[in-house]
Design a protein around this ligand. Sequence first.
Ligand SMILES: Cc1ncc(COP(=O)(O)O)c(C=O)c1O
Length: 385
Amino acid sequence: MSNPIYLDNASTSHPKPESVYRSMDKVVRLSANPGRGGHRQTLKLDRLVFETREAVADLFGVRDSSRIVFTANATMAINIALFGLLTPGDRVITSSMEHNAVTRPLRILQERGVQVIKVSGDRSGYVDLDALRRTCLAAPTRMVVLNHCSNVTGTMQSIEELGPWCRQHGILFMVDGSQSAGSFPLNLDALAIDLFTAPGHKGLLGPQGTGLLYLRQGVEPAPLLYGGTGGNSHADMMPEQLPERLESGTMNTPGLAGLKAAVEYIQEIGQEHICQREQQLVKRLLDGLLALPGIEVYGPVGADRHGAAVSFNMANLDPAEVGFHLDHEFAISVRVGLHCAPDAHRTIGTYPRGTVRVSPSYLTGEDEIDSLLMALEKIKAQHTA
Ligand SMILES: Cc1ncc(COP(=O)(O)O)c(C=O)c1O
């Protein structure tokens, strides 16, 4: 079998830049816990955590890095935001393109008396923003929660239209940037985003076990976790100030070291360049898939901007079979099924079968896309007679 090819970067990116592996290795060997104690090793790690926060803030155009809270993943960031801010009687507008990381917390909150309304996307996954705005205005609304880029179809919602509108109408605007962070340049202040969530391990090219929550000044969710924060040990209540208020317990310092290295790598390459390269890879993939007979591609084709996730199905083959053949006969890893987003599949008409999803990253080679396309051609010839 040929060299393994990894095309599942929407799950988690691979490979990481070399500097990520190196810095994690260095930090995991240190004998200290940031924020805990005042010896020199601790102070060194305090500095590392601070510098990581500054690097992330800078990447997203955030002036005050204390508004960046580190979490274990995007799911934790989303849970802090939703459970920390929404109370019974609140009204939330979201979409049918969300990941379970959003829909499941909202489902529980709905049982507790929060009103949750989902605005549907079209067959390409685009949410009708006029319908969303009309829904917002039909009754007092506390929050809009919207996925920036679909992990199923790569569909990009026009968040730049919505942020200023929500601000004008006193509605909190929360963006799940899990599939766009690192892949598209984003200035959160300029976009009038109030809350932004992202994993560190996908487009940001950092390690698993890292994620972040950005909170605009004045947005102050209650903590989800209560416990030690290193300082203010005499107090029996959580500190008021961010980020400590939302960061109880020992941090993932090796992970943050990796995230810092990853963000520095992204800054060095340039976000525009990363975005352009990913768009080229997606175009090559889409063009190739569309040229293969018997393949149905979902989501936008020919869009100006397309996230690095492309979904398709092959003739009458189950997506799981396609994934199996790719893995076992060609050593190509893709994701198959519902991708933790059943509503999105209902929206594009692929529920419950799901799709085969291919997701390249900045570090994917053109030859890897071409190998996938050749493998699909062979699978089609051999298995769809
Ligand atoms: C759109 C979207 N939101 C949230 C998540 C959850 O991310 P994590 O696994 O880092 O919690 C994912 C992961 O695939 C995602 O694609």
